[in-house]
Design a protein around this ligand. Structure first.
Ligand code: CA
Length: 438
């Protein structure tokens, strides 16, 4: 893992005034990368700064990037970030560093003429965000131990936390084709529901539609088939992080998942937030790997690295808000129903990468890895409706007077994530929104 540099300097301000607002997710210390389209033109890569988007292609055309950053910018003049990610972390790091310099209040553009800045920035509101990466493969881990315990107690009470849990970073191979960027609608899935009185399964819309609060991260440089990624170097394969919603149909899941795991209950849709916060921007917010109980086993050697144990976790405060159609109609804002923190992950992202590849599986640039649902130890930190309402037995009551055990058509779920640390400027992930439709 690299070290802090001038891009994390809390005193640095931008000539883009909105980036200096204390509550912005996108100060000059963040500079997440994404893909946008504007005015019907083809999608291209940009960097979020305050309420604006820096157009990487325009900045490159004007000659603002040099060296590795120019190579990175050249590879970002496409409709996806795969080529840029394939270069690994270093060119992206240099692109972010030079972008910060361009956007700094004392940088070369601060006093430049309007002509020099022409076309460089777009209003973020006017940009339609696209899926930033062609996701070749998507894997979803199960690294939130409080989720594993709570969901396990409901789904498999006889064995809530699998015996392998503290040894193996558990995951399943997800479906890449149905990964979408947030902001759209989620079509209510149909499928087989568990048998009722007549012993036959029902078929139709899921009656237990749910979200899962997760983080996702993207692979930069991959590895060759048969060549595992060592835990010590695994961090350099992770280019950036997003918020991830692993939409889940619990009734379909309960009926189908034994013995081979979830299938249709999770493959109908996965949403990610549009802005990828780079691993470098997150450096000040790294935290020790989750402390293990004294009785827990130490990770096996291939999952154990001193630096990863010291700062391989991530401290991201996460929040989930819900707004029903009725609330929207009455002009009532979305209400927070739970909050959590990514520090509650039992396994670090580097451990997930090392484990994923230990048998020789090759990861490729743009592969998406989900962490698993990130619940915390407290009752208001349970990060799915399944856990929050005890599988619907204890519905939550909303300000509209409505009750929810699971999601219903018209419900909109909003995830946010924010990093805070004394002595540093807070950065955020923006919003991840999704609305259920019939
Ligand atoms: Ca999941």
């Amino acid at each position: 893992m690299t070290t802090l540099d001038e891009t994390h300097d809390p005193h640095r301000r931008s000539w883009v005034e909105s980036a200096n607002a204390p509550d912005t997710d996108f100060p000059i210390q963040n500079l997440p990368i994404g893909v946008f389209s504007l005015d019907g033109r083809s999608p291209r890569c940009g960097i979020a700064i305050g309420d604006a988007v820096l157009d990487i292609g325009i900045a490159h055309d004007k000659g603002w990037f040099t060296g590795d950053a120019a190579i990175a910018a050249e590879s970002a003049i496409t409709a996806s970030l795969n080529d840029l990610f394939s270069l690994g972390c270093s060119p992206l790091r240099e692109l972010r560093r030079q972008a910060a310099s361009i956007l700094a209040h004392d940088g070369p553009l601060a006093k430049s003429t309007r002509a020099a800045r022409e076309g460089l920035l777009h209003a973020r509101d006017a940009c339609a965000m696209q899926l930033p990466v062609r996701v070749g493969n998507y894997t979803d881990f199960y690294a939130g131990i409080y989720h594993a315990k709570a969901a396990g107690a409901l789904l498999t009470p006889e064995d809530p936390l699998p015996k392998n849990y503290k040894w193996v970073p558990i995951a399943y191979h997800g479906r890449a084709s149905s990964v979408r960027v947030g902001g759209g609608t989620i079509k209510h899935p149909h499928g087989q529901r568990p048998p009722e009185d007549d012993g036959r399964p029902g078929f139709g819309p899921s009656r237990r539609l749910d979200f899962e609060l997760e983080m996702g991260f993207f692979i930069g440089k991959g590895n060759a088939l048969g060549q595992p990624i060592d835990i010590a170097g695994a961090g350099e394969h992770i280019v950036g992080f997003t918020l991830l919603n692993d939409w889940s149909a619990r009734d379909i899941q309960r009926w189908e998942m034994f013995p081979l795991g979830p299938f249709l209950s999770k493959n109908f849709s996965t949403s990610i937030s549009p802005w990828i916060v780079t691993a470098d921007a997150l450096l000040p917010f790294r935290t020790p790997a989750m402390a293990r109980d004294a009785v827990d086993p130490a990770p096996l050697d291939y999952l154990l690295d001193a630096d990863d144990q010291r700062r391989g976790g991530i401290d991201v405060a996460l929040s989930v808000q819900l707004q029903t159609a009725l609330m929207r109609g009455k002009g009532m804002p979305a209400v927070e129903i739970l909050h959590s923190n990514a520090r509650h992950l039992y396994w670090t992202p580097a451990q997930m990468v090392a484990h994923h590849t230990c048998g020789g599986c090759d990861l490729q640039p743009g592969d998406l890895i989900g962490t698993g649902t990130i619940s915390g130890p407290e009752p208001d930190q349970l990060s799915s409706m399944l856990e929050l309402t005890a599988a619907g037995a204890r519905p939550i009551t909303l300000p509209s007077g409505e009750r929810r055990g699971f999601l219903e058509d018209g419900d909109e779920v909003v995830f946010t994530g924010k990093c805070h640390r004394d002595g540093f400027v807070s950065i955020g992930f923006g919003e991840l929104r999704g609305r259920i439709t019939a």
